[in-house]
Write a protein that binds this ligand. Structure first.
Ligand SMILES: CC(C)(COP(=O)(O)OP(=O)(O)OC[C@H]1O[C@@H](n2cnc3c(N)ncnc32)[C@H](O)[C@@H]1OP(=O)(O)O)[C@@H](O)C(=O)NCCC(=O)NCCS
Length: 139
């Protein structure tokens, strides 16, 4: 898939006030050895790969397809990939008020691991605290 196609899928799956990546970012992601894009129809995730660690930078499902198990399916394939990659853990940040995402991570045994005050700033300038969540793969 081209960077343009990934970017168009991302735009369908992200809530407009939370958009953080541009087409240029997707072009950069495709050149980077340390970024992996996982996709399903109507769902996309962007992963950062470092030594023994996978970070979920974004996971989203197109709005009209939410609540049907697609997010959880994609997260399960991220977990399988991370085990194959021999990562020790998966880590991510999620907005404290993002209940659907938080529940999705909890339903696959992620734990709340830390807290970041005023971490996110949306396009209206409103700040939101974030929770760091982690899934240990080696315990
Ligand atoms: C978070 C998101 C990816 C979930 O995807 P989804 O396909 O709607 O979720 P699923 O249908 O697979 O549900 C997975 C779990 O999430 C939880 N969940 C989903 N929608 C929920 C809602 N509206 N309220 C509460 N919990 C919800 C449930 O615990 C569910 O588990 P269960 O089916 O075992 O009960 C989706 O809401 C989304 O794209 N949000 C916008 C982008 C975003 O905020 N991404 C996360 C930030 S990195």
């Amino acid at each position: 898939m081209s960077a343009e196609e990934y970017f168009n899928l991302y735009k369908k799956c992200v809530d407009i006030e939370s958009i953080q990546f541009s087409l240029e970012d997707f072009k950069r992601f495709q050149r980077s050895k340390n970024i992996k894009i996982e996709k399903e129809q109507n769902a996309i995730a962007i992963l950062g790969l470092t030594d023994r660690e996978v970070e979920i930078y974004f996971i989203g499902v197109a709005e009209s397809f939410r609540g049907r198990g697609l997010g959880k399916k994609l997260l399960k394939s991220i977990i399988s990939f991370s085990k194959y990659y021999a990562a020790d853990f998966i880590i991510l940040e999620v907005g404290i008020n993002n209940i659907p995402a938080k529940n999705m991570y909890l339903s696959l045994n992620f734990i709340e691991y830390g807290f970041r005050k005023n971490y996110y700033r949306n396009i209206s300038g409103i700040r939101e605290d974030a929770i760091i969540m982690k899934l240990n793969l080696k315990t």
